[in-house]
Every structure is written in structure tokens, then in C-alpha cells.
Design a protein around this ligand. Structure first.
Ligand code: ATR
Length: 293
């Protein structure tokens, strides 16, 4: 649909948005839905966040994606925050209501759960080994706990961060076993035998360091599904290793798409065509103008 005077604006606010893949996914979905909406990237500093958000509201924007480094600062500007985002401590989506209210949400965790679901992987009762304890890990582990995972083991280079996340989790969820350890081949080996699912939330293996693998030299087995949230490249070293071990894999592009699918559901109240968004994303990732970082 052509942009005109009635087009409703959406966008992503972040420190650097030059390489963001959100515009490609969201515009493909708006197009497929036949909605007169357009989605753009905006580089916004922490200092200008307030002006930018209130300006977008004044201009009639429908909603925004919020990315690094604004995901915590945006919370102060929200009139209401979804309980999940509150627990995670980060907002990646805001919606502007007609009466001016600004509501904040976090779709990262549900995006991960839906990516797993699309690949036939269910979470209830499962034991999950999570590599990393940063922002992405927080969203994912709260969602895993919310989906009644039986056990979560957090391995992180900075073990104190994993311990903090474990403490936050146990404050909110009673019936889940939570363990932490430093990230190493040894701790991974110790835990792989008792886990059903392994999720890499670290940036190890991401472009341009595509030759890196968080579990270098660790033997994987077919009983453990491996999900890598790194989407560039789509098949990371870790996923290649999992494939060689005959393990089921889940690629990171699915999480990127499903967190965006959830954003559209929040903004417009409908389920957008995920297939169209995946195709647009994969074309952007592999095309001549694909992101280099
Ligand atoms: P994100 O929002 O993508 O999760 P982040 O909050 O900066 O980004 O977290 C990055 C995660 O990757 C962290 O768990 C980080 O470990 P530390 O907490 O020890 O920093 C992990 N990470 C990044 N590079 C790493 C590396 N080279 N080796 C081990 N862990 C790494």
C-alpha cells in the first residue's frame, strides 16, 4: 500500500538502527496485511529518549520497538508496564493508546517460546541449559519459567550475573530448580546429560566472529535440542555442531521474527503472517545489502 497522508507510523528507537532488520520484517507484514502503516528506524540517544517518545505520541505513532541501550530507560516513560516486562526489567515494545497512555511490553521471551513451538519443542517439564545471563537471557528465562520449565541451569562467563538472574527468578517462581555455574566446556559437559534443551543467548558466534563456538570441543547428543538466538549467521558453529550430532536445532531468525509477530499483535490486535516476515528477513540477511554486524 502506498504511503499517504493517512499512513500510521511505527518505528524502532535505538542507539544504532542502521543495520536493524525490524523495518524489513514489519513493512513486509503491513504490506501483506494491506494496512496503511509504515515502519522506520530512528537513532535515539538516552538524553533524547523522552522528547522522541513524547514527540512520536504527539505525531500519532501507533507504537514503537525499543532496543539497546534504551530498554530500561523507556520504563520510566510508560504509564503502565506489562507484568512480564516488569519482571524482566526491560521493555522492547510500546503502544500508544488513543487516550495518550503509553504501555510497555517485552516480547523477547514469548518470541523465543514461539520459535521453539514452531519447531515442535514444548517447554513444560523440561530441563534447560542456558548459556549467558545478559538482557536476552533475562527475557528468555522468565518466559521458560512462566511456561513451567522444570529446571534452568544458567552458565555465564561472569557468574555473579547468572547468580543475580537466578535470585530474581526464584523470587518470582517457586516450583523450578535453578542452578548457576561459570561458562566453560566442563560445566557444559556436567549439565548436558541432564538437560533436554540448550539455548545460547551469548553473542559468541555472531558475525563477524563466526568461527567462534561457546561449546567448542563439547560433545553434543541427539537427545538435546539446540537453540541459538544468534541469527547472523543463521547456521552458527554451535548449530552446525548440533546438526553433526543429529540433534534438533532451532535457528535464531525465528525468535527475531516471533518477537516482532508479538509486537504486531500488541499494536494491532491481529496475528500477522509470520511466513512473510521470515521470508523478508532471510532475504535481507542473505541479500547484497544484508547487515554486516
Ligand atoms: P544481550 O542483550 O544480547 O543479552 P548483553 O546483555 O550484553 O547482551 O549480554 C551478552 C551475554 O553474552 C552475556 O551473558 C555475556 O557474558 P558476561 O555477562 O560475562 O559479559 C555473554 N558474552 C559475550 N561475549 C562473550 C564471550 N566472548 N565469552 C563468554 N561470554 C560472552
Amino acid at each position: 500500500m502506498a504511503i499517504d497522508n493517512r499512513t500510521v507510523a511505527y518505528g524502532v528507537f535505538g542507539g544504532t538502527v542502521e543495520h536493524s532488520l525490524s523495518p524489513v520484517m514489519h513493512n513486509a507484514s503491513f504490506q501483506a496485511l494491506g494496512f496503511n502503516c509504515a515502519y522506520l528506524g530512528f537513532a535515539v540517544t538516552l538524553e533524547k529518549l523522552r522528547d522522541a517518545v513524547l514527540g512520536a505520541r504527539a505525531l500519532g505513532f501507533g507504537g514503537l520497538s525499543i532496543t539497546i541501550p534504551l530498554k530500561t530507560a523507556i520504563m520510566e516513560l510508560c504509564d503502565e508496564i506489562d507484568p512480564t516486562a516488569e519482571m524482566v526489567g526491560a521493555v522492547n515494545t510500546i503502544k500508544f493508546f488513543d487516550d495518550g497512555r503509553i504501555a510497555g511490553y517485552n516480547t523477547d521471551g514469548i518470541g523465543a517460546i514461539r520459535a521453539l513451538g514452531e519447531c515442535g519443542v514444548s517447554v513444560p517439564g523440561k530441563s534447560v541449559l542456558v548459556l549467558g545471563a545478559g538482557g536476552a537471557a533475562r527475557g528468555i528465562v522468565f518466559a521458560l519459567a512462566g511456561q513451567s520449565a522444570k529446571k534452568i541451569v544458567l552458565l555465564n562467563r561472569t557468574v555473579e550475573k547468572a547468580e543475580r538472574l537466578a535470585a530474581d527468578l526464584s523470587e518470582n517462581f517457586d516450583n523450578i530448580v535453578i542452578e548457576t555455574a561459570p561458562l566453560s566446556a566442563e560445566t557444559a559437559r556436567d549439565n548436558l546429560g541432564s538437560c533436554d534443551l540448550l539455548i545460547n543467548t551469548t553473542s559468541i558466534g555472531m558475525y563477524p566472529r563466526t568461527d567462534q563456538n561457546p561449546l567448542d570441543g563439547v560433545r553434543l547428543n541427539p537427545a538435546v535440542t539446540v537453540f541459538d538466538i544468534v541469527y547472523n549467521p543463521m547456521y552458527t558453529r554451535l548449530l552446525e555442531q548440533a546438526r553433526q550430532a543429529d540433534a534438533q536445532i532451532v535457528t535464531g531468525d525465528l525468535m527475531l521474527v516471533y518477537q516482532a509477530v508479538e509486537q504486531v499483535r500488541i499494536w494491532l490486535g491481529i496475528e500477522p503472517p509470520a511466513g512473510v516476515m521470515i521470508e523478508a528477513l532471510r532475504n535481507a540477511l542473505t541479500g547484497p545489502n544484508g547487515p554486516k554486524e
